[in-house]
Design a protein around this ligand. Sequence first.
Ligand code: NAP
Length: 277
Amino acid sequence: MKENKKTVLITGASTGIGRAIAIRLAKEGYKVFAGIRKKVDKEEIEGLDKNIQGVYLDVTNSGSIEKAFWYVIKNTDKIDVLINNAGIVEASPVECLDIKRLKEQFEVNTFGALAVAQKFLPLLAGSRIINMSSDASTGLFPYISAYCASKRALDILFNSFYLENKDNIKVISIKPASIKTPIWNKSAKRARDYFDGINEAVRQKYEKDLLILEKNALDNNTKGLEVYTVVDTVVKAIKAKNPKASYNVGFDATLAQWVSKLPIELSNRLIKGRLKI
Ligand SMILES: NC(=O)c1ccc[n+]([C@@H]2O[C@H](COP(=O)([O-])OP(=O)(O)OC[C@H]3O[C@@H](n4cnc5c(N)ncnc54)[C@H](OP(=O)(O)O)[C@@H]3O)[C@@H](O)[C@H]2O)c1
């Protein structure tokens, strides 16, 4: 039976930020469709709150998006908030960045978000789309340039969507600094597996930088901000009568935005100095 509650669809809700947002909104009385990819994650998240309904949704798979749409439409006539949260981080020096991995980065973080929004448009008139962007969208971080580019592209595409759309859909970009979530271990592992298999000469050239990169990624497990900082910002963006187009979460996100406004030569010098590369 269709319910009369405010409804949210969130992609990538199995872990980290997505999971935390799903739980918080469910506790506040929203009906939450939580995008997951595994049966075990569906059972786990549905067990947390009766307002959460797991929905199989792989954002890179058009068949999966189609099925998710028909599943959701059976349960509601309207999505009040779509949260494009699913994301991965590909790390590599550009010199040996595998094009397949670069495409995968964009498939999840950028094209997937757009594909989901396009499919669910019939349920979104007058609603809000919240994109989990990143400080990487304004930052120019070496070794994760694929990630930065995917988030920048996400923000550019959706800003145009906001300007163009005739359905009064607001678009909000959330730009967190580093947050303590499983994404950092996953990314470090993916990068490590990849570098172990690349050309020895290239690997040796970048070995020192890659170790710093891996350490920085793993340090985020302790030094990163708590997940609730992002959740609070999302809740604020949902409840604000006139939400901002973009919210930074954490000082580093504001710093990245500030640095992005400097002449490129100066910002490059600052980044090189800070990373000691
Ligand atoms: N953590 C940070 O420091 C940080 C900072 C700025 C922005 N962000 C952004 O926040 C978002 C959430 O990240 P997180 O830190 O919470 O990481 P996380 O715990 O690794 O969560 C990522 C989520 O995305 C899902 N996902 C990955 N590929 C997918 C696909 N093809 N289709 C559907 N779902 C997929 C994962 O599902 P599975 O479990 O099924 O793989 C998981 O639920 C990402 O967009 C990330 O870029 C994170």
